[in-house]
Design a protein around this ligand. Structure first.
Ligand SMILES: NC(=O)c1ccc[n+]([C@@H]2O[C@H](COP(=O)([O-])OP(=O)(O)OC[C@H]3O[C@@H](n4cnc5c(N)ncnc54)[C@H](OP(=O)(O)O)[C@@H]3O)[C@@H](O)[C@H]2O)c1
Length: 240
């Protein structure tokens, strides 16, 4: 039997390229996101291998429905990738700017994590991947809600990894992907070490294949991760 996957947030950037690489590696892929025309466009490239479901991750009841509908599409799901995410600069700490980030990256993400884990527990196996961020490791005065939301995601994924390790009832793998800068629409301000999208997505797919617990993308960002852990906030504040 072939392999099946879901990519939450597959309309652009990292999620779209991941959906394509999964297709190329023999998966049938359920792709989701709010922009239906982008989903239709990707499906039109390989109509027999993509299934589309318009879905806003902040609609928590609709997330439940996505999982309820799965038996109509797939007999089993091998891999779920949570990729949907937003973030924007919030220099003046406007609540209106923070709220969508929190609804998407915190509430929306945790609903998908919880539904995915329980789905895999019932199924007896599965692999959950989340695209969090290097931003999860440290605060940032310009984008506090984004960094805090990514820290939430990263800790949630670590908790699920611990939970999966200790359960004997199901074989569940958990992978936390922490990209640095990747060349997509989400990037607005100044950057460094920006990875081309295809290079980043190849490294993400390799980490998924290896069922890694955690992977920095591209690999050189693991050096930044070490610096963020060892440098005191008094030094970090000069850069962040
Ligand atoms: N690019 C980077 O440098 C970078 C670095 C670290 C982490 N990341 C993370 O990587 C992930 C993908 O971002 P990207 O760089 O590929 O940017 P992107 O091209 O803007 O992609 C964001 C994806 O998230 C989906 N999304 C956003 N809000 C959603 C919602 N309410 N419901 C459902 N889907 C939603 C979008 O779909 P719709 O708009 O169609 O709904 C889109 O498919 C994000 O979680 C981001 O935080 C990116």
């Amino acid at each position: 039997m072939g392999k099946n996957a879901i990519v939450f947030g597959a309309t652009s950037g990292i999620g779209k390229e991941l959906a394509k690489i999964l297709f190329l590696n023999g998966y049938k892929v359920l792709i989701t996101g709010r922009r239906i025309e982008k989903l239709q466009s990707l499906k039109s490239e390989n109509p027999d291998h993509y299934y589309i479901r318009q879905h806003d991750i902040t609609d928590l009841d609709d997330s439940v429905k996505v999982f309820d509908e799965l038996p109509d599409i797939f007999e089993k799901v091998d891999l779920i990738i949570h990729n949907s995410g937003i973030g924007e600069n919030n220099f003046d700490l406007d609540w209106e700017k923070d709220l969508p980030t929190l609804e998407t990256n915190v509430l929306g993400a945790s609903r998908i994590y919880q539904l995915s884990y329980n789905y895999f527990k019932n199924q007896g196996f599965g692999h959950l991947v989340s695209i969090t961020s290097i931003a999860s490791l440290v605060g940032n005065r310009h984008v506090p809600a984004y960094h805090a939301s990514k820290a939430f995601q990263s800790n949630y994924m670590e908790s699920l990894w611990m939970k999966a390790k200790r359960t004997k009832k199901a074989k569940i793998y958990i992978t936390n992907i922490l990209p640095g800068y990747v060349d997509t629409d989400i990037i607005t301000g100044p950057t460094f070490w920006m990875a081309p999208l295809d290079k980043a997505v190849k490294q993400i797919y390799t980490a998924i294949q290896k069922k890694k617990r955690k992977a920095y993308i591209t690999k050189r960002w693991s050096l930044v991760a070490i610096l963020m852990r060892i440098l005191p906030p008094q030094i970090l504040v000069k850069f962040l």
